[in-house]
Design a protein around this ligand. Sequence first.
Ligand code: BES
Ligand code: ZN
Length: 593
Amino acid sequence: MTLKTYEEELHSFAQPNKAVITHLDLNIDVNFDTHIISGTATYNIANNGASEIILDSKYLDIEAITADGKKTTFTLGSFDENLGQPLAISIKETTQKIAIKYRTTAKTEALQWLNAQQTADKTNPFLFTQGQAILTRTWIPIQDSPQIRITYNATVKVPKNLMAVMSAQNPQEKTADGMYHFKMAQPIPAYLIALAIGDIEYKAISSRTGVYAEKSMIDKVQAEFSDMEKMVVAAENLYGAYSWEQFDVIVLPPSFPFGGMENPRLTFATPTVIAGDKSLTSLVAHELAHSWSGNLVTNATWNDFWLNEGFTVYFEIRIMEALYGKERANMLALIGRQDLDEELESLKETPNDTKLKLDLKGRSPDDGMNSIAYDKGYLFLRTLEEKVGREKMDAFLKSYFKKNAFSTTNTEDFITYLNTNLLEKNSITFNTDEWIYQPGVPSNAAIIQSNAFSTVEKTLQSFVDTNGIDTNITKQWTPQEWVHFIRNFQEDIKIEQLQQLDDTFNFTGSTNSYISMVWYEQSILNNYHGNQVDSKISEFLNTVGRRWYVTTLFKAFKRADRLNEALLIYKKARPNYHAVTANTIDGLLGFGV
Ligand code: BES
Ligand code: ZN
């Protein structure tokens, strides 16, 4: 077995060139009373003659290990805050299988156990996992490096009234005995192993797409995501056949820390995108796009994270354009451009973090997971597209996905491939190195224009000048236009103006989570307290755990010098958050130090 090797893997203890896992058989029991998962992880391994195999483990109790059925010795190395512990297991040259009996602990960072009150239906508990970037090792002992791919089968035992689903072939109905069997036949990296358990139902959208959600949500979810099959078709038309057979989405309870997570065959999603008008479904296009960029062609290290996310934003916006036209696509691109400018401003003291290729040595991968990878990555690809033309761009991307399918690539390999197959071939010069290895945004960045947003800006300016607003113009605005309007208030906007806008457009009462979030942000920054917005903000922060939303609001409190109010809310809200969100906010607010 030969593995491509890249630069040193900073975020895993595994030494894949010595011995590597190739397949997992997971057999676990999920206990909702003790909040513990226990069972056995059995691996097929490929050994290059090593006398030990090293796995990653964090906050796990390792009980016993066998090699080809016989008890073997193991050691857990010293603990690293980010990485956990290396689990070194003695093997023989001939060893083919190792079986690890283990249980999770209360410290696990991947799992969030929810009580009934934290769900939509409020009658049954819920559990979900979040693996990316390096949390899978907190619920399964594993070689947790994106460079190592495995197939897996799983047997999961859950309470009888609940259904279990994974990033694998899934049931569409509950079983009578609470036993569930799963199979993921395509090799995937550890961060894409995922499990969710709850009182959920399935509804199909097409023969290969569908949704899972709790009973009180399922019809709304099915209606919201009814364009899913069209999205898959559009994606396939762009960059080749969908490799994972089935594409389903599960809508989780509101504490889910991300907008979406691209677990193969089964995207995990926040309920905050169920707006009732399909306005926030670009999230589904995004997670679907990861079926190519990320899941099929995986970043070799977390320093190359932009290869996952930048390509995915580009692909997402192309899918949205195919379904809904250029104007919608440009609005998304322009919102991303504003996010990027704000991120550049916030990282101005650490310019190295604004490079696409990162150096995360000694740091958590989370440190690199910001708008640079997404929106600078997007802007690079969009600029490249405008330079080479769409036809060449698409042929290039299609071949890139095909060449690297079910494998990994890093930034350097990508650049070589780009030079050979797109630039030199067509005698085009491009400042690729500047884009990738220099901070900030190069001067040749594509200029993104949206007529809709120009109108929004004019309308806002005329409101500032006259305190009047023509509701004939705003009548047909989409949530994206409202978001753009609200985010672009001038810094010295007056309380009376905010009050007037709120009374006219009822922003405080908005049912669109994106509008709410940007409106709350402005309310916090500008000390606006009308229409009981403060209690809305606190309610929002107590139910929604989506890290991007929550971080934006706590950052606003901090900028507005309202840290005490923030801490008061946070103390109460924190137990509702997944560890991913809690860790970020702990750092932001200096909580617990
Ligand atoms: N893969 C990411 C989520 C992620 C990033 C998890 C880093 C762990 C570490 C996912 O595809 C994503 O980007 N989600 C976005 C939504 C998207 C529409 C930009 C999110 O969660 O907001
Ligand atoms: Zn993504």
